[in-house]
Design a protein around this ligand. Structure first.
Ligand code: 5AD
Ligand code: SF4
Length: 468
């Protein structure tokens, strides 16, 4: 069987008609086949999976949640910590078993793991049954590779081309909130982190392209966009732009809610704080990873700030942005972290009283500078530190939630709660999860909700009225 290449993203704008014809041809081949997609890791991966869905559904594949009936499995992997890799390897075993009984069953490995040379080596040696390995930079080649793959049995490895691809299509998970990439990659090289190696150098999308995407989403009825980058404050350095300017232009589209993740404390400028404070539709919520409260460890992490500088920025944000919620990421057990260093972290958590925090035990990533640092702390001690840290972090997130008990707050209602079909769920402007008693008609709207109960990780509330 021979069909011409489907150059799905790059050339689509130039020849929309040709694309439609090709699409019909492909649909004849794949129609009715089912795909199973599993996503590991961060928001960037979740958003990449929306592109993967668009590609395979355009080809004619239909989504299934039951892997047993799938013809195609796509694993969108994460490399940030070792346990993410372990989960993928475990799942691959199951796929191998299914493939034995079904020769038509194809396995695609995508995402950050595929950008690690040692992992590729392992796949080539021990997991030869994997059909396609595709990197994070060229997902748009997936339809072409699938087409080739259904004709032959070779592992294809496609990787690393540092381009910004425009014209991508996404089958988005939500009708109301959307991720919007503003840049790719990271140049910060924190010593523990694999991201600069898996996602490559910082590349920014053009300001006009981002704004146009937000305008299109608004026209389609989306209420909220989250601007995505590994470090959004680095946006524009490669193209003579600034994140504060982009943020302002996005706010001016008048879409109801604008968010952004993730921010690095190192170059979070006063201009950025001013823009967040100035526009009502930029949500008062900032995720500002601290990583450690010890200056010694911050230096070894190559974080480029001291705890004093972090706190000065934190205070400025709290002073200038009314009701801002600030959450963070913290790593315990970084190589060389002493009891004293860990206590410094606890002290910073007390001082900042974070609205929430994601906490991790350091995971050694091959190829990063921290992997070569001496690490004498036993795992048991690291686990005890994590436990202690979590207790403190949970105390403050509970305190933060208690502050809005009995208050009426705006909540973007996203759907029916998975845990209780009689309740809806949504998020406050400060990114707190609320389970809401209310009519289904308010799904997709920003509603005033009275908070009736506050727990550590969520709130319960009752619908009052649609917010004006
Ligand atoms: N070990 C543990 N946590 C890590 N993170 C990144 N790399 C590692 C690692 N090697 C954490 C950081 C980052 C978050 C997304 O994951 O806290 O902010
Ligand atoms: Fe990793 Fe640091 Fe870049 Fe964040 S800023 S992605 S932690 S290297």
């Amino acid at each position: 069987m021979h069909l011409p290449d489907l150059e799905i993203a790059k050339k689509r704008e130039k020849s929309e008609n040709k694309y439609v014809n090709l699409q019909e041809n492909y649909q004849k081949v794949f129609n009715g086949k089912k795909y199973f997609l599993r996503t590991y890791g961060c928001q960037m991966n979740v958003h990449d999976s929306e592109a993967i869905r668009s590609y395979v559904e355009t080809l004619g594949f239909i989504k299934t949640e039951n892997i047993e009936e799938a013809n195609l499995v796509v694993l969108n992997t994460c490399a940030i910590r070792e346990n993410a890799k372990d989960k993928v390897m475990g799942f691959l075993g199951k796929c191998q078993y299914l493939k034995k009984n079904n020769p038509d069953f194809k396995i695609v490995l995508a995402g950050c793991m595929t950008e690690q040379p040692d992992v590729i080596e392992e796949i080539m040696q021990k997991h030869k049954y994997v059909d396609i390995v595709i990197g994070t930079h060229n997902l748009y080649e997936l339809p072409k590779l699938l087409m080739q793959e259904y004709n032959k049995q070779v592992i294809e490895v496609y990787s690393q081309s540092d381009e910004v691809i425009e014209g991508m299509h996404f089958n988005r998970d939500s009708q109301y909130t959307a991720w919007v990439n503003i840049m790719y990659g990271c140049d910060k090289f924190c010593t523990y982190c694999i991201v600069p190696y898996t996602r490559g150098r910082e590349r920014s999308r053009k300001l006009e392209d981002v704004v146009k995407e937000v305008e299109d989403l608004k026209a389609k009825g989306y209420k909220e966009v989250t601007l995505l980058g590994q470090n959004v404050n680095a946006y524009g350095r490669d193209i003579g732009e600034k994140f504060s300017h982009l943020l302002e232009c996005v706010a001016k589209t008048k879409i109801e809610r604008v968010r952004f993740v993730t921010s690095h404390p190192w170059n979070f400028t006063d201009e950025m704080i001013d823009v967040v404070a100035k526009y009502d539709n930029i949500m008062p919520y900032i995720h500002l990873p601290l990583q450690s409260g010890s200056n010694n460890i911050l230096k070894r992490m190559n974080r480029r700030y001291t705890k004093e500088e972090y706190y000065a920025l934190f205070k400025k944000m709290k002073e200038k942005i009314p009701n801002v919620a600030i959450t963070t990421d913290i790593i315990v057990g970084f190589p060389g972290e002493s009891d004293e260093d860990f206590n410094d972290t606890l002290e910073m958590v007390k001082k900042c009283a974070f609205d929430g925090a994601y906490t991790f035990i350091f995971s050694k990533r091959e190829g990063t500078p921290a992997a070569r640092m001496e690490d004498k702390t036993p795992m048991k001690v690291k686990e005890e530190r994590l436990y202690k840290l979590n207790e403190l972090v949970n105390y403050y997130s509970n305190q933060s939630n208690q502050k809005i008990l009995n208050k009426v707050v705006p909540v973007l209602i996203l759907g029916v709660s998975e845990k209780d079909e009689n309740k809806l769920y949504g998020y406050t402007d400060t990114m707190k999860l609320v389970n809401v008693v209310g009519p289904k008609e308010i799904i997709g709207q920003i509603a005033d909700v009275k908070i009736m109960e506050a727990k550590s990780f969520s709130l319960d509330g009752e619908y009052v009225k649609v917010a004006c």
